[in-house]
Structures are given as C-alpha cells and as structure tokens.
Write a protein that binds this ligand. Sequence first.
Ligand SMILES: Cc1cc2nc3c(=O)[nH]c(=O)nc-3n(C[C@H](O)[C@H](O)[C@H](O)COP(=O)(O)OP(=O)(O)OC[C@H]3O[C@@H](n4cnc5c(N)ncnc54)[C@H](O)[C@@H]3O)c2cc1C
Length: 409
Amino acid sequence: MTAVATNVPARDDVPRSDPGLVIVGTGMAGLALARGVRARDGARPITLITADSGDEYVKPLLSSAVTKGQSVVDLRLRRAPDVAEALDARLRIHTRIDAIDPAARCLHLGAERLPYSQLVLATGATPYCPVATPPEAVDRVFQINDLDDYRRFRAALDGVGRSARIAIVGAGLVGCEYANDLQAGGYRVTLIAPEATPLARLLPARLGEALAAAFARAGIATRFSRQLVALDAAGGSVALRLDDGERSEFDFVLMATGLRPRTGLAEAAGLAVSPAGILTDRRLATSVPAIYALGDVACVGGLDDPARGVSAMYVQPLQASAKALAASLTGTPTEVAYGAWPVVVKTPLLPVVALAPQESPARWRFEGEGEDLAAIAENAASDLVGFALTGRCVRRKVELARAAPALLG
Ligand SMILES: Cc1cc2nc3c(=O)[nH]c(=O)nc-3n(C[C@H](O)[C@H](O)[C@H](O)COP(=O)(O)OP(=O)(O)OC[C@H]3O[C@@H](n4cnc5c(N)ncnc54)[C@H](O)[C@@H]3O)c2cc1C
C-alpha cells in the first residue's frame, strides 16, 4: 500500500522537470544523507521513501531504553511530518518500493511510477532468524531492528509483570546489550548462543569469559555452545529446544541472530551485490549510473575489490558515508574514508570497547587482571591491528584507537 502521509512541497522556484534526489530509507543513513545534501543545496528536490513510520530515532538507544525507563515516545526524536518540514523534503511513509527501473530512471510503487534523477538506497538490513516461528507463537517472538519493532516489544512487556521469563537468542552486540538492559529492568533473562563466549566476533575468549561471568553474577542465565533447534508455542508461552535436548519455556523470545543487507531490490534491478551488501565504490556509487547506496545495506569499496569491501553496520561509518555522498551529490566528488572506530558495547554490568582486527591476528597480548582487561591484537610484525577492552581498561580506547589502522583509509 502506498500512503502519502506527509507532502511538504519543494520550493516553488525549483523547475518541476527535475525529479531530483530520491532516497529510499529513513534510518540513520537516509536521514544523515538528506540533511547533508540539504545543508549544501537548499533548492534540490528531495523525496524520502520509507516502509516504516518515518519517525526519527537513534537506533542504538533501543537496546538501553528499559534501564533508562524510556518509552517509545521518549525515543522518538521527531515525527515524520516534522522530519519532512525540517528537510524541506517530500516524505512518503509506510510506502514500499517494489522495483527499480534503471533504464527509465524510475521506481515502481504498485501501479505508480516515480522518476528520479539520482537514487540512493539506504534500505538497511533485515533480521535473520535461524528457525521458523509457528503462527501461534508470533506474538511472543520478537526481532528488534526499528522503532516499530520496539513499540511492539514494549507493548508485550508492558502486558506482563516484571518477572517475565525472556530468552535472548544470540550473544552478539544486540543480544548482549538487551540481556543487560532487560536484566537491569527486572526481567528474568536467559542468553543462548552457539559460541562458547559472548561477543565472540569482538572479544578474544578470555575477555568474553569475563563478560559471561559478569552476566552470571547479575543473575542472567547463560547457555553458551548451544544451538537453538526449534521453537514452539506452549500454551501461553514459547518453548525453545536446544541441540543438547534441553527444552525450556519462556514468556517471550528475542531473536538477536544477526542481520542480512536488504539487497533484493538492487539485485532484481541488475546492480552488483554480494551477501555483504550492495557493492559500491569509495564514492558510494553502485554498478549502475545514478544509483548510490550507504548504511547497513552497502558494501563500501566492494565494487573496486570485492575482497576488501566493508560492510560495517555501525553508526560511525554510515555518518562518514553520508558526509562524503552529500558532497559528491552536490558537485564535489568525494571518496569516503573510515578511520579506526572502536565499538562501545552498552553492557554496564561490564563495560566493553572493541576494535575487531580485520584479519586473524598473529597473537593477542593480554594486560590487566580480574575483569579489567586489555587485549591487544598484533600481526606478525607486532603492529597493533585491533584491541578489546573490559572494565576499567575501557579508558584506553582513545589511546589505542590512535595506534590502530584505518578500516578504509
Ligand atoms: C538494537 C541495536 C543497537 C545498536 N547499537 C549500536 C551501537 O551501539 N553503535 C553502533 O555504531 N551501531 C549500533 N547499531 C547498528 C546501527 O544502529 C545501524 O548500523 C544503523 O542504524 C543502520 O541504519 P540504516 O539507515 O543503514 O538502516 P535502517 O535503520 O535499517 O533503515 C532502513 C530504512 O529502509 C527502509 N526500507 C527498507 N526496505 C524498503 C523498501 N523496499 N521500500 C521502502 N523503504 C524500505 C526502512 O523502512 C528504513 O526506513 C545497533 C543496532 C541495533 C538493532
């Protein structure tokens, strides 16, 4: 369904013949780009299209909102009409693009054809779920990747007591942050993951064990080295079956089992894609003229060299991309560069900061004691290529980041 919820006309002095810039996606990437273009060009017609509500929010805050007592209203920075007005842009909400026609330079939205001069795909990534959810359990199984998802999850939580049993499947950044947040909110949390330790892609095992110990001390039940095999409705709860035969019932399940870039539209239109995202060059241009991509959906630099493309899925790189692309789209061709950006994991039970090495390090060197640990990843020449910090050692973030190599220099 196509709904024009907000339609703030572009300025009257702009010739109507130029369909202007169309940005698909109003997540942090799409909006950062729109702001950047508008700051550099007050006249360019900009149309934003989104499948969701179009309300502006900061996605990373979703996984620390229970502890802070923030409601969905608190998390919403601006409602869609205010976003459109601030950007002097057209914003179409709850509107899904069905197809891109690069030859005609237009988008298909149902029967409608929407022309573009330049098209930017900022369509993000979609949560991946390793097992099927039976229809009877869908109102008890959640994946949170936008404000609308969070609204549904909070409504479900608000309908039960604080003693609700919640299983979180997946112990990456999102799973660990929600485990900490929901435990601090008073819920009974069980964290389940196939890896032996949490944050396995960011932390060497010794630091992961420190985080697991902090979780256990706080009362979070953990099931590491366990695969989820099946998920069934069980009366008023959900039953999870693990690969060791354990079967447990929960009031809710939060799947935090990763994201896949939404490349379908691009692939169907003939753009070069890979499992890592829509391939772009360093100017965020795709393989098809006048079409660009950024944010979680993009694999930046992958068009030049698929082996070296970066699919970052973090805020800092999308902000750098938005800045560079805004300059390119307003007449100053600019390549994006990513510095060394450490990830700050929101687990107050044990603070974590990590800059994952891009390739397997020759060794990890450990400093500190107890849960205050620094792990320095080194290559064969003893250069620092990444690091991981827990507890009081997170203070070393800036010093170590300065010594680390840029991800996309
Ligand atoms: C809980 C959580 C915590 C996080 N914490 C951190 C953190 O601490 N630090 C950090 O750096 N990163 C964090 N991240 C990651 C970061 O938030 C994301 O990398 C970033 O928000 C992605 O923004 P995006 O605009 O690329 O994608 P999205 O926010 O996913 O936006 C995609 C947009 O595309 C639209 N769309 C998709 N398909 C279509 C279609 N066919 N037609 C029309 N519109 C479409 C959607 O409706 C949406 O508007 C976190 C992520 C989550 C889920």
